[in-house]
Design a protein around this ligand. Structure first.
Ligand SMILES: Nc1ncnc2c1ncn2[C@@H]1O[C@H](COP(=O)(O)OP(=O)(O)OP(=O)(O)O)[C@@H](O)[C@H]1O
Ligand SMILES: O=C(CO)[C@H](O)[C@H](O)COP(=O)(O)O
Length: 289
């Protein structure tokens, strides 16, 4: 935790929408005049795509599974060390995992490889992490304790799978079978390392579709925002002004004492209304609670 160099993390499974939501944060940072360092969780994968293919095959031969959700394929210690360093000094090294040709070509590299490690820009006001493991814990390693504001992006699982399937087949060049296989292979790590994080977050945003997603593996497109509701759950944040939110967001209602539901189409507006004062408070006091 750091008042001088605060860290915000948005955490979600693969396909949850953390990259998409980063745009909303970038907009808030611009409005508040905050210079943020942006880091993607995929930087901390251990393997390139070809190396991961080999690791998956080897694990399978040994009757085991390895997935992008677990510690075998991600360096949690390095991620925790990176967070600690930024919190203490505002510095740190990052790299990018290039998923697509569009991302890779400017670096003259292949998809599924990493850019070289590089230093974060100097004099940033905060660090923004988006990825799989912003609130992960494994034994002695605890990434969550270094984060000042933790947010979960968690569509219900059928929607998450549809988002992953559509994105991975249309943008990342994977077959439907390969994506289904990776979902099956990731299930143990999903339960052990991904879902527990959402009990450590300050806010979870859970998109719930209002259209039939019973067979996510046959879906051709992603239910739209207007075809969904957004369930927003708060933990440990004092003085959240729910009456204000209800008066500002048309169609919003409370489903529990700490939970507000808003129409999906209001997602961006709701995020801006909720997050802007909290980020302002984080910058002023180093805390949001
Ligand atoms: N609120 C939303 N409404 C409609 N589509 C969405 C929404 N959020 C995400 N998507 C779509 O879902 C897919 C996955 O989103 P995104 O790439 O942001 O996920 P991610 O969490 O960054 O995944 P990964 O960690 O695997 O990169 C994308 O095609 C994106 O356009
Ligand atoms: O998004 C992911 C995890 O967050 C991907 O599953 C992981 O980064 C591997 O990517 P690719 O399938 O493009 O090699």
């Amino acid at each position: 935790m750091s008042a001088t160099h605060p860290i915000i993390a948005i955490t979600g499974s693969s396909g949850a929408g953390t990259s998409t939501t980063t745009l909303a944060f970038a907009q808030i940072f611009r409005q508040l005049g905050i210079k943020a360092a942006f880091v993607e969780g995929d930087s901390f994968h251990r393997y390139t795509r070809p190396e991961m293919d080999v690791a998956i095959r080897k694990a399978r031969e040994q009757g085991r599974h390895i997935s992008y959700f677990g510690p075998e394929a991600n360096d949690f210690e390095q991620l925790a060390g990176f967070m600690q360093e930024y919190g203490e000094t505002g510095t740190g090294k990052f790299r990018r995992y290039l998923h697509t040709f569009d991302e890779a070509v400017p670096y003259n590299q292949m998809p599924g490889t990493f850019t070289p490690w590089q230093e974060l820009e100097d004099n940033t006001d905060l660090l923004f992490y988006e990825g799989l493991h912003g609130a992960v814990k494994n034994g002695e390693t605890d990434v969550s304790k270094h984060i000042d504001f933790l947010i979960g992006m968690v569509p219900i699982v059928n929607l998450e799978w549809i988002q992953k399937l559509v994105r991975d087949t249309s943008e990342r060049g994977h077959s439907r079978e390969a994506v289904s296989d990776s979902i099956v292979r990731s299930m143990d790590d999903y339960i052990n390392f991904i879902t527990p994080q959402f009990s450590r977050t300050h806010i979870n945003f859970q998109r719930v579709p209002l259209v039939d997603t019973s067979n996510p593996f046959s879906a051709k497109n992603i239910p739209s925002l207007d075809e969904s509701l957004l369930v927003i759950r708060f933990r440990g944040i004092k003085n959240m002004d729910f009456p204000y939110l209800l008066s500002m967001i048309d169609g919003a209602f409370m489903s529990r004492m700490n939970t507000i539901v808003v129409p999906g189409g209001k997602m961006g507006f709701a995020m801006e209304l909720i997050l802007t004062p909290l980020i302002r408070q984080l910058m002023a006091t180093g805390k949001i609670a």
